[in-house]
Design a protein around this ligand. Structure first.
Ligand code: NDP
Ligand code: 8X3
Length: 254
């Protein structure tokens, strides 16, 4: 019997990478996307035997590229069972009055428009087949607003709204739609947010145990292994040390 097919965006690092490996372990053939081709080849090396792999290198905000790659998939890859909309990042952490417009564009373009472009390309096949499972990676920033989070929070609130909208509109087709909203997860996220400043990035995860990417992949695994009549609609997951976007119990340095 043929394996099911999953597509994971942003599989070159962090949560997407962990989800890709977990899906492969569950026996899904894998379409993995990202802009860093070499990372996708590294991911290929980690896959268990017998899993087919299709790496696709494109920027999720380049609408024509997304359409070119995803609307014209080879027929053996076209029936996608699971879509994980994970690609995304924060760019900057500035008050609204001094925010960088290029950062704002990047966050809206990647986190919101990119998710929409990819979804549009994949949903048409799911509605034709009356089946599918879409998992959108939102954030605690999509449930709360924190100081200087402004546009990133807005982009993740949009992901939350789109997730709920998808679940409503796709209800007649039996398509499952889930949102996962993590708190602090140690990945390359803060390195990107702080534009390569690794010292500043590492301070975000000091003094407590943050989530790791596999914690999110474990939730994906649980969601995908529920019976057909069950959908996990909305999951907020935090490190135990985190009570809200801004309340984090950190050990003070001695
Ligand atoms: P990483 O920076 O480790 O991974 C981000 C992934 O997104 C990379 O694979 C990157 O691939 C991809 N990506 C970013 N921009 C683009 C783009 N324009 N086109 C295509 N792919 C892109 O961060 P995380 O794993 O932490 O982030 C994954 C998701 O989880 C994001 O949506 C993030 O907002 C969300 N999240 C993260 C949290 C955290 O604390 N880390 C908490 C809550 C949510 P490449 O650079 O190769 O293109
Ligand atoms: C990532 C978590 O708190 O940096 O979405 O916004 S946070």
């Amino acid at each position: 019997m043929k394996n099911k097919i999953a597509l994971v965006t942003g599989a070159t690092s962090g949560i997407g990478w962990a989800c890709a490996l977990t899906l492969a372990k569950l026996g899904y053939d894998l379409i993995a996307t990202g802009r860093r081709a070499a990372r996708l080849e590294e991911l290929r090396q980690e896959l268990p035997e017998g899993i087919r792999f299709l790496p696709l290198v494109f920027d999720v905000c380049a609408r024509e590229e997304v359409e070119r790659y995803l609307a014209n998939l080879p027929s053996e890859w076209a029936s996608i069972d699971v879509l994980i909309n994970n690609a995304g990042n924060a760019h900057g952490l500035d008050p609204i009055q001094t925010g960088n417009v290029d950062d704002w564009d990047a966050m809206i373009d990647i986190n919101v428009k990119g998710l929409l472009y990819v979804s549009k390309a994949i949903i048409s096949g799911m509605t034709e087949r009356n089946s599918g499972h879409i998992i959108n990676i939102g954030s605690i920033a999509g449930k709360e607003i924190y100081p200087n989070g402004n546009v990133y929070c807005a982009s993740k609130h949009a992901v939350d709204a789109l997730t709920n909208g998808m679940r409503i509109d796709l209800n007649p087709f039996g398509i499952k739609v889930m949102g996962i909203h993590p708190g602090l997860v140690e990945t390359e996220f803060s390195l990107v947010r702080f534009k390569g400043d690794s010292q500043r990035a590492s301070t975000i995860y000091q003094g407590y145990q943050p989530l790791v990417a596999q914690d999110i992949a474990d939730i994906v695994e649980f969601a995908l292994t529920r019976p057909p009549h069950v959908v996990l609609a909305d999951v907020v997951v935090l490190p135990t040390a985190q009570a809200s976007a801004t309340v984090i119990k950190k050990k003070l340095n001695p």
